[in-house]
Design a protein around this ligand. Structure first.
Ligand code: NAP
Length: 293
């Protein structure tokens, strides 16, 4: 079994991005600039946005955070998106989701200019991905493609089973794995809560991508000998034996499944570290106008 080390791969990509930023700036360009809108005081969202700013700094990007109280009117958020859309010195914009209930998430996402939608959530980017045009691919699926590619995993002609059909992971992942491009060209099956004979289907997978949101759901009997297993799930579970009293686990029973898999991502340290790096890669593309010219 080979471990797919997301932490190591993410660090290598950051070095590559930083080198590219330096090359651009040596030629007189300004650094890429990522803006984030953060509403309310959810600690997880605050941490996530803070980590994004820190990662931007590490690779030489500028970053800015537009912070609002939880009761901010929707119009103020839409106006801010409009103002950032027009700012030629900002390349990419992300809105930390979910927004408070009185703000329409979808309306805000659709207000972002597709050219600056580095989270890849705007329907134009989703649609472009679906029909095979250049697009911003959302962070988690993009990170998984990089993990597969950089681990030398062949995807062409392989049976790929995706557990989960969410808009942010399962669905885009299925489109990307079936596209006529590498990584891609897989024969894809998508499973969800209404799927029958789940274990039978997952057992036929050469590549199994699990994004189900249930700790330790995938057991060894659901996995084929030699399969590549990508675990997207992340859960904090109680662990009295640890100092902190908890530990992070994925959707896959790592110990038993790793004994059968040819490659597997750990949790933590697999898919997770790739998310912010994917956002950085998209922001670099936005700055270089690689997607929309
Ligand atoms: P989600 O929106 O809750 O979607 C879960 C999917 O799993 C749904 O399609 C659901 O089917 C399916 N499902 C649930 N129970 C099932 C069952 N018993 N059998 C078959 N299918 C079942 O989750 P998500 O946003 O995609 O996230 C999935 C996991 O990945 C979560 O643990 C999340 O925290 C994690 N995550 C990690 C990262 C990262 O950076 N590492 C990023 C995003 C998400 P239905 O559609 O029928 O309901």
């Amino acid at each position: 079994m080979e471990l797919i080390d997301g932490k190591k791969i993410a660090a290598a990509i950051k070095v590559e991005i930083a080198a590219e930023v330096k090359r651009m700036m040596d030629k007189g360009a300004r650094p890429p600039h990522l803006a984030a809108i953060l509403v309310g005081e959810d600690p997880a969202s605050e941490t996530y946005v803070r980590n994004k700013s820190r990662s931007c700094k590490e690779v030489g990007f500028d970053s800015s955070t537009y912070k609002f109280p939880a009761d901010v009117p929707e119009k103020e958020i839409l106006d801010t998106v409009g103002f950032i859309n027009e700012d030629p010195d900002i390349d990419g914009l992300i809105v930390q989701l979910p927004l408070p209930a009185h703000i329409d998430n979808q309306k805000v996402i659709e207000a972002i200019r597709p050219e600056k939608d580095v989270d890849g959530f705007h329907p134009v980017n989703v649609g472009r991905t679906t029909i095979g045009l250049s697009s911003y691919v959302s962070a988690t699926p993009y990170g998984i493609l990089e993990l597969l590619m950089r681990s030398g995993i062949e995807t062409s002609g392989k049976n790929c089973v995706i557990l989960g059909r969410s808009n942010i992971v399962g669905k885009p992942m299925s489109i990307l794995m079936m596209r006529n491009e590498e990584p891609g060209n897989s024969t894809v099956t998508v499973c969800h809560s209404k799927t029958r004979n789940l274990a039978e289907i997952t057992s036929a997978a050469d590549i199994l991508i699990v994004a189900i949101g249930r700790p330790g759901f995938v057991t060894a009997d659901m996995v084929r000998e030699g399969a590549v297993v990508i675990d997207v799930g992340i859960h904090r579970v109680e662990a009295p034996e640890t100092k902190s009293g908890f530990r992070l686990v994925g959707d896959v029973q790592f110990e038993e499944v790793s004994a059968k898999a040819s490659h597997i991502t750990p949790v933590p340290g697999g898919v997770g570290p790739m998310t912010i790096v994917s956002l950085l890669m998209n922001t670099l593309k936005a700055c270089k106008k690689e997607i929309y010219g």
